[in-house]
Write a protein that binds this ligand. Structure first.
Ligand code: GLN
Length: 193
């Protein structure tokens, strides 16, 4: 399975490594053509305002919207989740791409908790614990009825799936625990089989 990792800005190198560790072939992509030809795409952590600007400059917004129409699996982490949401507070609505029927609030944990680690409860193959690394993370405020919550921090959803689209408010790629990459690979394999 080949995973394309969007490499405009942010921690795309860590995502590439994370998916390689999980057994995937990885390609870094930037152009509309490469995005259109992706079997599965990862949008990394980064700064969503910068991403908005770069997505426009690289002319890739339509290519990303096509992935949504074609139901190509996409996984967004933190910044990536913000871009996949139906809407995000403080964002230009043009760039909330609406892959996931959720609303999010950016940088929602406040200054004192800009970055923190906490155990989250993961509901993939039963219930288990996962070390969540949160970096200026967004909060998911609303979740539509077709969205499945796959992990929670306390009562808050932090990993959600809608069909072939997956989003995390935390950074699994900064851990050695490849379970979330493996889960996305399974989604991607299912979509292409
Ligand atoms: N705070 C960033 C934003 O709102 C997201 C941070 C991240 O991706 N780690 O764009």
């Amino acid at each position: 399975m080949k995973i394309s990792v969007l490499a405009l800005q942010g921690d795309f190198a860590e995502h590439a490594e994370y998916f390689r560790k999980a057994g995937a072939e990885v390609e870094l992509v930037k152009s509309a053509d490469k995005i259109r030809n992706s079997e599965a795409l990862v949008i990394p952590g980064g700064e969503s305002t910068t991403y908005n600007r770069l997505m426009k400059r690289f002319g890739i917004i339509d290519a990303l919207k096509e992935l949504k129409e074609k139901k190509v699996p996409v996984f967004g982490t933190c910044n990536g989740l913000i871009l996949l949401a139906r809407s995000a507070t403080g964002e230009d609505p043009d760039y909330s791409l609406g892959f996931l029927d959720i609303t999010v609030s950016r940088n929602a944990y406040g200054r004192q908790r800009e970055s923190f680690e906490a155990d989250i409860s993961l509901h993939i193959d039963g219930e288990s614990s996962f070390r969540g690394i949160f970096i200026r993370a967004p909060k998911i405020l609303e979740v539509g009825s077709s969205v499945e919550v796959l992990a929670k921090l306390g009562d808050e959803p932090v990993l959600v799936r809608q069909g072939p689209f997956l989003g995390a408010t935390f950074h699994p790629e900064l851990t050695d625990d490849t379970r979330i990459a493996e889960y996305f690979l399974r989604l991607a394999e299912k979509a292409t089989s």
